[in-house]
Design a protein around this ligand. Sequence first.
Ligand SMILES: Cc1cc2nc3c(=O)[nH]c(=O)nc-3n(C[C@H](O)[C@H](O)[C@H](O)COP(=O)(O)OP(=O)(O)OC[C@H]3O[C@@H](n4cnc5c(N)ncnc54)[C@H](O)[C@@H]3O)c2cc1C
Length: 472
Amino acid sequence: MRKDHEMVHASEEVYSSLHRRFKGDLLRPGESGYEDARAIWNAMVARKPGLIARCADVSDVQSAVRAGSEAGILTAIRCGGHSLAGFSTCDDGLVIDLSRMRQVNVNPDTRRAWFSGGCLLGSIDTATQKAGLVFPSGVVSHTGAGGLVLGGGTGWLTRRFGLSCDNVERFTLVIADGSVVRANAKENQDLFWALRGGGGNFGVVTEFEVKLHPLTSVVLAEGLCPEADIRRLLERWRDFMADAPIDLKWNVDLRLAPDTENVPVALRGRPVASSWLLWTGDPDAAEPYFKPALSLCSPDSVNCKGMSFLDLQTMADAAFPHGRRYYTKSGYFPQLDDSTIDCMVGAVATIPSAETQIELAYLGGAAGQVAAAETAFGDRSAPFIMNLIGNWSEGSADADHISWVRGLFQKLRPAMKPGVYVNFMSGDEQDRVPEAYHERWGRMVAVKSHYDPKNFFRLNQNVLPRKIEAKG
Ligand SMILES: Cc1cc2nc3c(=O)[nH]c(=O)nc-3n(C[C@H](O)[C@H](O)[C@H](O)COP(=O)(O)OP(=O)(O)OC[C@H]3O[C@@H](n4cnc5c(N)ncnc54)[C@H](O)[C@@H]3O)c2cc1C
């Protein structure tokens, strides 16, 4: 890999090699469209690539991978640009941008979809809903499916239908030597295993073939639990979810209540536990499950309604806009003991901004029923997932937010089980990548060493191939 000062020349070398045959757009600094194209979702990561290659099709991806590999240039792959860690950009290097590759095809009869590697979740939802079907993915429609599915993919339907990666039948990808490879239960089985949770380590996925499920509407309830009852609510959530049906998803966010009209005046700006309950079964059967969950919420904050699946999937879009500053740390708890709950409750009062939150989700359900060895995705036996997400707007507040997230993480770390969901990791946690895969790490390294021995695909939660690992 070239040193920084050589990268500028390397990007020119890649441009010269590509510009005659490339069908998509090649954007260099100073050219029209470059400034918009270089921005990613997390404004904490503002980089200036030497070349953005916005591919029009698979052969463009092959050309870009070959040219980047020959030039030895640092290369980022971008789908939706939502990497929390900022992996979809780099300074002076090459960005292979898939945003022109957003085709979705659905076969309602076989309940299958095929979508291109640059799709956002929203375009998949829109296409599948036309057939009354769903692909289980994430909760914000402007997130890229490429990064989300390859890391695992959790969302509203995880308990009902499993992780996104559990629903992939076949990947088609361009590997480091520029060739196109397919991976499914019969072809390249090790690669198929590794791609389900292993992130962008193995190649550029140009097409996902996935299973779909029938669903068009859901019931959603929300409520705010005041500070004095947060401890009791978390105890109830912990005890209740262990036996909850797979039709129920109950997420809890600990945060300061926003200063908005729909929030009761007494709660505005105060620490609260915000409960979100989703029911995907028969609407009439939801109430017995919602009642105990909502009884600790302030009655004037409770809202329960039936809604379309598409409304559910876009509901949180505005809360996580492009261009703000974000920093995360994440982990799994095998159980939520009382002192962990105490620590979280104590931390809410010190949250540095109204948008920053402690997100808690309970996995289990269909996702928890898949054996640990079946996919590269991290351990499914620790059902409590915590995501600390710092969310703010001013660069001058970076230090306060980052130190709050890190400080709370360190306090909670002893109660966690080894393991982490790679898509919720920040960019400064390379030492935790082996932990993310723990007993699956050796197999991950073997698959990486076979398909990407020179570590061309390195801007990700990176698995070092053997030879490079040995050199240290
Ligand atoms: C607002 C927001 C909401 C989120 N909600 C959820 C959620 O509900 N559930 C959840 O599980 N996660 C969620 N995440 C985390 C999300 O899964 C990761 O940030 C994911 O990496 C985003 O994918 P992307 O394609 O947009 O990212 P990008 O930044 O484009 O890419 C991220 C990584 O994926 C690799 N990659 C992307 N596409 C491809 C491809 N086609 N082939 C090979 N490698 C590829 C890149 O190399 C890079 O390392 C959310 C993130 C954000 C910012």
